[in-house]
Ligand binder design. Structure first.
Ligand code: FAD
Length: 499
């Protein structure tokens, strides 16, 4: 952990006079030092001219969707880790708050910087800020340089004949693969000369972390944000988990996936670093080849969702398929609250939502099951579920979250058909056969035998009593009957198909 003083000293004073004006590097969702094109170019220029590099992070809640509570917690830890990494290279991380274009232009004025570098973000609200910044800087004669952002392939490269983005994943991914390997990752700069006197906020004043009540204990237990930890996790995945990935990735009771999503979300690792590390590992050990191919195609879904967001900036609020606009959702605050709290009476659904609350993530298979349960069994608008995930996921991503919700709801691109209604009991029995996942997150069911753990209501009173369960008291009755919920969902869907 960084010494707080490194981040919180309001002023960083330069001991020697710089020989060239400073270069500002605006850090965004790319909280790392390696494979950072904007920083790499700044450090290279600085090495020639002796210019100091100012690493600047701006908290700008008007830039796109303001992060939810769990993501703000992650952001604080990630900035601390980044501040520590920058300090080991003789630099410091400057923190400022406010509209990014205005704040960066101010820092340029205060520091005498003549150049500002950043990595682009291919999302409409971020691009709008980039344009504002360019014009604010140009007015003061300051250069701006935007470098390639956090995608394997920019959206402009993958278009159909009409110039639109692709809406189906398989041809999209085929096109990405046909382009060959992305450029090799760039090394981290060796040293960053100290910046001149520039005022910095303190992380504490931003209040990104919870005060009282402190609900972040489970997040602290589960995660170590930051670039070093992200790289270690990737190494560990390729060494120990990739070989079994194809079979294990759907099993929430196993450690079968990389758990890299929050690190990728905050750019502690870039997709091309992941790509090259995975390809290299597969070349060294062909046994992991199929696992690596599948894993990279999942990274492809992240890319696909980002491209969709680029083309549909209102992805979190508007159905991609307009026929869903008239869908007869049934708002139900009580049912929504039972779902959020993991009290639906369906063990796999409840386990997922409690895992989410405690750790800030949920296994992908279970995300699909809980999302399907909300929109189909409960007929609650997918946007309500999406908002809950947005607030509680540490990996909450402006592309992946709404795109996956729309996919599950049936209104998205390349969506699962609406009539495919997951049966939560069968999903539990198939992907958590011994009930280990449910036992972990729903401890009141820990003594229920495996053949009943996904449907405790089928147990006899004696079986329930010997497992210490009283349905309706220690664990809820199902809030909806599966068969009735399914019928109701199909009837609702038939209405929009006709309409
Ligand atoms: P791995 O299986 O190891 O996959 C590697 C990487 O590929 C992930 O880290 C992630 O970056 C990407 N990835 C994997 N699956 C998907 C997918 N379906 N869509 C997009 N990218 C994917 N993922 C997020 O990163 N942020 C979200 O906000 C998010 N919301 C979701 C909401 C719903 C309703 C659903 C069904 C899925 C959502 N996902 C989201 C996708 C997926 O569940 C997570 O990326 C995955 O569980 C992360 O675990 P992992 O890093 O171990 O994945």
């Amino acid at each position: 952990m960084v010494n707080e003083a490194t981040l919180t000293t309001p002023r960083t004073t330069l001991s020697t006079t710089p020989s060239a004006p400073p270069i500002i590097v605006w850090l965004r969702d790319d909280l790392r030092l390696s494979d950072h094109p904007a920083l790499h170019a700044a450090a290279k220029a600085a090495a020639k001219t002796g210019a100091p590099v100012i690493c600047l992070y701006v908290l700008d809640d008007s830039a796109g969707r303001a992060p939810g509570a769990a993501a703000r917690w992650w952001l604080a830890q990630s900035l601390r880790a980044l501040g520590a990494d920058i300090a080991t290279r003789d630099g410091s991380l400057i923190l400022r708050k406010g509209p990014a274009a205005r704040v960066i232009a101010e820092v340029a004025r205060e520091s005498g910087a003549r150049t500002v570098h950043w990595n682009g973000i291919a999302q409409a609200p971020h691009q709008a800020i980039e344009r504002q910044l360019e014009s604010a800087l140009a007015k003061n004669g300051v250069d701006s340089q935007c470098f390639p952002g956090d995608l394997l392939v920019p959206p402009a490269v993958i278009r159909n004949k009409e110039g639109r983005g692709l809406r189906v994943f398989t041809p999209f991914w085929r096109r990405v693969l046909a382009l060959g390997d992305p450029p090799k990752p760039l090394p981290a700069p060796k040293d960053l000369r100290p910046a001149p006197t520039v005022a910095s906020d303190t992380l504490e004043t931003w209040k990104l972390e919870p005060g009282k009540p402190d609900w972040a204990g489970g997040l602290r237990e589960t995660w170590t944000p930051g670039e070093a930890s992200a790289r270690a996790r990737l190494r560990d995945f390729l060494k120990h988990t990739a070989q079994g990935y194809v079979g294990d990735r759907d099993r929430p009771d196993r450690e079968g996936t990389s758990r890299l999503s929050p690190h990728l979300r905050f750019g502690e690792l870039s997709p091309r670093q992941v790509w090259h590390a995975a390809r290299f590992a597969a070349a060294e050990n062909p046994a992991i080849g199929p696992g690596v191919d599948k894993f990279l195609s999942e990274l492809g879904w992240r890319e696909f969702c980002r491209h969709l967001l680029h083309d549909h900036p209102n992805l979190a609020t508007e159905n991609l398929q307009a026929n869903f606009d008239g869908f007869p959702w049934k708002p139900d605050a009580k049912a929504l609250s039972a779902w959020q709290r993991g009290r639906t009476g369906y063990p796999i659904v409840d386990a997922g939502l409690r895992e989410l609350w405690h750790t800030g993530v949920m296994h992908n298979r279970v995300r699909m099951v809980v999302a399907s349960f909300l929109v189909k069994h409960l007929l609650i608008d997918w946007r309500d579920g999406e908002s809950w995930f947005w607030d509680t996921l540490v990996d909450a991503d402006a592309g992946s979250n709404p795109a996956n919700w729309q996919w599950v709801a049936g209104c998205g691109a390349d969506a699962a058909p609406y009539f495919r209604v997951f049966n939560p009991v069968l999903q539990g029995e198939r992907f958590d056969p011994d009930g280990a996942y449910v036992r972990r997150w729903v401890p009141e069911l820990k003594d229920v035998p495996p053949e009943l753990i996904h449907q405790p209501w089928q147990a006899t009173p004696i079986e329930l009593a010997s497992a210490g369960v009283t349905l309706g008291k220690s664990y809820p009755h199902p809030i909806v009957d599966h068969a009735k919920g399914r019928e109701r969902a199909l009837t609702a869907y038939a209405k929009i198909r006709k309409g």
